[in-house]
Write a protein that binds this ligand. Sequence first.
Ligand SMILES: Nc1ncnc2c1ncn2[C@@H]1O[C@H](COP(=O)(O)OP(=O)(O)O)[C@@H](O)[C@H]1O
Ligand SMILES: [Mg+2]
Length: 299
Amino acid sequence: MDMLRITGLRKRFGSKEVLRGLDLAVPEHSVFGFLGKNGAGKTTTMKTVLGLLRADGGEIAVNGEKVLYGQTATNRWIGYLPDVPEFYPFMTAAEYLRFCGEISGMAKADIGPRSRELLALVGLQNEKHRIRGYSRGMKQRLGIAQALLNRPKLLICDEPTSALDPVGRKEILDLLLTVREQTTVLFSTHILSDVERICTDVAFLDQGTAKIQGTLNEIRARYRSEEYLVETDSEAGLQALQTAFPALHKIGKNQLSFREKDCPAADVLRFLADQAVPLLRFERAEPSLESLFMEVVEQ
Ligand SMILES: Nc1ncnc2c1ncn2[C@@H]1O[C@H](COP(=O)(O)OP(=O)(O)O)[C@@H](O)[C@H]1O
Ligand SMILES: [Mg+2]
């Protein structure tokens, strides 16, 4: 089942059409990467899912239940970490979670144990300082704990790693992977490597629609390139290859790449063998997400 399903979503601000018929299907227990450049409409999409923005068209269902603008019923399934979370700086992490639990109407007896469990999960269980002194990474981790308080079926995080250094980013990504056992995770990012690192599924938002969407494995298989990579540390070998096959192009000091359609791999291999070129590598290249997306965006 899809935990979140968006069909034909449209949203404009004045004359600016941000979403132009966005379709998105987030399968249960996926870690879904919602990729897009700055200004693509990621935050707009998330706020519409939360019923905070009114759509100009289309439908959204969370856990099979229709989202209605201005109503919060479907938000009982959702935990949300906004792009710029606000905290009360004078509180400790435990105080903050208690406060959030109380205002969201959690059962009193549940708040303490659940808070302790979550603080341990995000590595803040021994943190006695007030939030005022927290690093950005610590604030994001506390924000994730807060978003998980009500045991959501869908955790939505808006660019949770964008403001962090590599160590902080890794901590957040690892955390999102861990919580996948409890909930479906949807997070937005403009960082491709975040997606490559932890996501099962991905959609790329561009010009108001999802340009590529599916599991990472499907996408890789669908776009598996006919691209090959040859690596040799022989300068003479490289030159001979390039002369014999002008379609080969240099991509690194010792590397050439080519496409099967420009130049059959068997011919290249035969040449390498005949000329006894010392070979370090000969392989079919896995397309990187980056090259896939560049290809799609350029269309
Ligand atoms: N409340 C608003 N009023 C007018 N324009 C907005 C508003 N919110 C967002 N936008 C515009 O919509 C576009 C998408 O914004 P946003 O959803 O924040 O993108 P992203 O989160 O992908 O960076 C941007 O061009 C932004 O300037
Ligand atoms: Mg945003």
